[in-house]
Design a protein around this ligand. Sequence first.
Ligand code: C2E
Ligand code: MG
Ligand code: MG
Length: 623
Amino acid sequence: MTASDDPPRQSLLDALAALAGIAAGDVGTEDLLVGLVDLAARHLAVDGAGVVICEGEDVRFVHASDQVFDGPELVQQLHREGPCRDAIAFAVEVVVDDLRDPVQTAWPTYVDRTLAVGFLSVVAVPLVSDGRVWGALDLYRRQAGTWQPEELQWVRLLAHLAASYLEIAADRDAARSAQRELAHASTHDALTGLPNRALLFDRLEHALHTAQRHRRVVAVMFVDLDRFKGVNDTFGHAAGDLVLTTVAARMGATLRQGDTLARLAGDEFVLVCEDLPQSGAAELQQSVEAVVARLRQALGRSIPVGEVDLVVSASIGVALSDQRTDADGLLADADGAMYVAKQHTPGRLGEFARETGPNGQPLRPPLRLLEHQLAEAEGLRQLRIHYQPIVDATGALHAVEALVRWQHPVHGLLPAAEFIDLATHSGSIVGIGRWVIAQTCAQMALWRDRLGPAAPATVYVNVCARELVDPLLGPTIVSALTRNGLDPGHLGLELLESSFIDPQVLVGLQEQQRLGHPLSVDDFGTGYSSLSRLVELPVRLAKIDKSFVAGITTDPRRRALVAAVVTVAASLDLRVIAEGVETEAQALEVAAAGCDYLQGYWCGKPQPAEALTARWLSSTAHR
Ligand code: C2E
Ligand code: MG
Ligand code: MG
């Protein structure tokens, strides 16, 4: 007798082949079990089938060939009774020829449910492979009657094969879930579990796309915790992490469907709202305010950290999309608004108002954009240096101060006051400073060549604390001096009082002074140190801030202050420069007060080197 002459046997072979076919596909355990049930119901001499899978001590109902089996199968899961459970517990098949025979069963609820749907006989086969029980397959018949040993053997064979395939499918499941975890890790922040920058951009781009199609507005809120560094410094990083996760969870709880909250970096979070009620501008504004109010409320609750209750606040910047904005631009706007809010009143809300010129181009570029452009300005040869003369009381040239300018392609020539803070904040000041030193020294050599003794004795460059801790500052200076045949006395450094606070900086400055660089305290009188502090600073010059000079002719107290600084400085053997001298009256006053040097529009505006060279050449020619 051949296989094809024996219909049940042929049917079993078909089932086995079909199962192998399913397993060969890229299926997981659940799919395989679904396939197994359907094959069993179709190819074996039964009226239905169901399957459960083991999960720890429990079983979970996965699939049945017909809905009528959901009841009995679920009883096995929920009531923890039934043939499947016994088959799994003892790793043997459980055969019930007649469910009405109380001797054969010990599962009252299961039996009730099964009889209720019209089935009288069941076999449960464990799915065992390599000693591990994966689950069990239930086969049902409407009629009571004996299950033949041969039938049971086939069923066992099918179950055994299914279990082997389950093992492979489980490996696949594990690989898939590892892949999913990896994908999650690459799009989510590990600490807070929130979407990260990459996913945020994805969602934001998608949101903008949809919004533009439906002429709707997307709101982006940039949330930056205030003084978060202080939390880390004072309470440690574990406390910092706790604050971040708490804040993330609390803000996350305020989200509505369609909102995305992401962690960009450190203490920066971004909320994207796509589905704001916005039938008109007023309603939109209200919706945004409501979201911000919810965020604030979430942030306002204290966070217990050890013994203390920390109260954090945040600066929030809001930007709204228009038909033209892209994800980068919108985020930069929100960041810029946050930055402005933080500068003025930390903990407050900033809103980015897109001011536009006649052609629709933004008049004031968002700060982040400016920061980005600034980082490239030197490479694009957009930086310039203007030099401002410093003269002595007789009006004779003493030195010059180098002041950096940015020839911005759209905004024209920007004075340092407009971008130095940004450069300091972003760190690009370090590169800019090195460039200024190199240029200034080259210029100084040119002047000495062309003007001889009429050249300024020293060129002063401004350096901030961040530049002073740059390990390349020393080498940059030395190489600029050597390349141009200059002495340290030709290159002076101007520093703010605040730069002297950092002990590391102070050591560096003492070294610069020892090498022979003239050092000067800039904006003297505006920092927090007192006059007595002058004694400790390694400086030769104090530059009295222009705010004192501005009031010197009208305010006797300012005049007294300038006189006091001059007296103290003289007794410490320091020279004094008055900066911001704009009028002859001011020039006379500061000279009378005893200032050694003057600087300001009255003595000469900051200007390109060539303009000064021409002026000095003509004045030496007249002498
Ligand atoms: P500063 O060193 O106190 O420079 C004086 C500022 O006052 C300059 O502004 C100058 O253009 C302006 N000024 C000069 N004379 C007068 C006057 O008579 N009246 C008034 N009202 N203003 C006058 P600027 O060039 O915008 O520079 C601002 C600040 O930026 C500088 O203050 C300095 O602290 C910083 N800075 C400039 N260049 C550099 C640089 O290359 N590196 C660094 N780190 N900082 C720089
Ligand atoms: Mg200066
Ligand atoms: Mg100054």
